[in-house]
Design a protein around this ligand. Sequence first.
Ligand code: HEC
Length: 172
Amino acid sequence: MNVHISQTPVHNAMKKSLRPPALVLSLCVTTSAFAADPIDYPDGYRQWTHVKSMTIQPGHPLENPFLGIHHIYANRKALAGLKAGRYEDGASFVFDQLAYESRDKASIEGARVLLGVMVKDRARFPATGGWGYEGWAGDSRTERLVSDGGVSCHGCHSQMRDRDFVFTQWRR
Ligand code: HEC
């Protein structure tokens, strides 16, 4: 089967509201104005449910900074939310992005580029749809990537308002 990415609804949604300059800016600044109450690194996420993977190739509108293979993981509450379309506090997703290398007609995982996280907590993150957004550079657990309280992350995720701001959908 050969499903081309440009035909997926997600890709069309991505094309509609790309704001690469804002994103790049927010990903480059590592000092956080929100450091007083930082989002925790999602220890143990490799034991969560792997929901899907995707490869972003050179020339894709999101190649900067999302070039590479990413895997999406959901914790138990996020998994329930994927099926319901709404999320309880405590639901969390990880976006685990790795470089890829093309070798012998295969795409192979390379080094980790970044780790993104979304955590649902309505009381804590009222300005961004009840979701907290954070990212860490490469394998670092201290070098944070989100400096604007998640506003630019949420700007793009807002197009998924009808699915509680989550792009990923469950497949069997
Ligand atoms: C330009 C649009 C855009 C921006 C900006 C963006 N994302 Fe996303 N994000 C996506 C898309 C599209 C997906 C779904 C990818 C897939 O289907 O494999 C996604 C998926 C995710 C997921 C998995 C849950 C879900 O919604 O599918 C997490 C976690 C995530 N992003 C975190 C972040 C964080 C943290 C930031 C800010 C540093 C951010 N995102 C900025 C478009 C964006």
